[in-house]
Design a protein around this ligand. Sequence first.
Ligand code: F6P
Length: 363
Amino acid sequence: MKKISRIGVLTGGGDCPGLNGVIRAVTKSAISKYGMEVVGFLDGFKGLVENSYIHLDLKTISGIGYRGGTILGSSNRDNPFNFMAFKDGENTFSDQSDRAIFHLNELGLDGLIVIGGDGSLSIADQFYQKGVNVVGVPKTIDNDLSATDVTFGFNTAVETASDALDRLHTTAESHHRVMILEVMGRYAGWIALHAGISGGAHVILIPEIPYNIDNIIKHIRRRQWHDKKFSIIVVAEGAKQLGGEMVIQKLVPESHDPIRLGGIGNQLAQQIEDISSVETRVTVLGHLQRGGSPVPYDRILSVRYGVAAVEALVRGEFGTMVSLQGPSIVTVPIREAIKEQKMVDPQNDMVEAAKAIGISFGD
Ligand code: F6P
C-alpha cells in the first residue's frame, strides 16, 4: 500500500459548530504524527471542482478549535456529479467528478477527508466508487446520520435551543402566553426532543410522532386548570399533524435535498389562537442553532473524529466513516451511514421518560 503523505480535507453541507475543531485535529495529527502535507479545499466540493484550495499548516489552524463555522467555507448545493454552472443566461448541470479527480491527482493527494452530513457523504461515497481514497467524518446539528451514536454539532445546537427555552419560560409566565419555539432538525426530531426535555417544554412535537391539535389544546387547558397559565411548546421544523404534511418554506433545486422546511410554528400558533383564544407567540430559532462556539462535548468529539480520520487513511480504510459507538471511535462503511436517516423511535426511552413526567407529544 502506498504511503499516505499528502491529504486533502473539505467541509461540505450546512455548517455546524465543531468543523474547525476537526480541521485542526486532522491538520495537527497529520503533520505532527506523520509528517504529511495537508490541503484544504474551499467551499466544500466546489473547491475540488474548481481547484481552489489553501495549504493547511500549524500556523493556519492555530486558535480555531473553539471557533464556530469553518475556515474552509462550506456549501450545501455543490455536487460534482451534478454540478451547477451559469451559462448563456441559465443554470446548467453536468458531471464534473472527473475534473475533481484530475485536481486531486494533480495535487498528488493520497487521500481525502470529507467532513459532512448525508448529502456530502453520499458524494464522498461516489468518489470512493471511482477510486478516490476517501474517509468521512459525520457532521450535522440534526444528528440524523445512521451508524454513529452522535454527530458533532448536535450537542451545541441542543444547548442553544435549550437556552432559548429557558428564556422563553420567564416571558411566557409573565404574560400567561403559549410560547412556541421552532427548531431545526430536518426530518428528525432529535434537537426538539433533547432541548424540549432539558428546557422543560410542556409539549414536544417531532416528525416521528404526528400530532393532533385537539390533544395540544387539552394539554394547555389542563395546565390552566392547575393554575399554570402559560405553556411552552418546542416544535421541530419537520413536525406535522396527523394526516397532514410537513411545511415547506422554500426549494433549493441544486441542493442534494432541495427541500427547506420552516413555518410549522406559525401555523400551529394560528391554530391554537383560533381554537383556544390563548395568546400565542412564535420564535423561530433558525441558523442561531448552527452558529457560535462548540460546547465542550463537540470540541472533544471533533478532536477524536479528526484524529481517527487521519488514522483511518493511514490504515487504508478507504470508503469508511469514523463513528462514535458507545465509548469508542470506530470506522464503518460510508454506505452504512447514508443508507437511511436515523430517526427518533417513538417508543424510545427518552420519549417514554418525557411522557412519564407529563410532557405531551400531541399524540
Ligand atoms: O441539515 C442542517 C440544517 O440546518 C437543517 O436542520 C435545516 O433544515 C437546513 O440545514 C437548513 O439549510 P439552509 O442552511 O440551506 O437554510
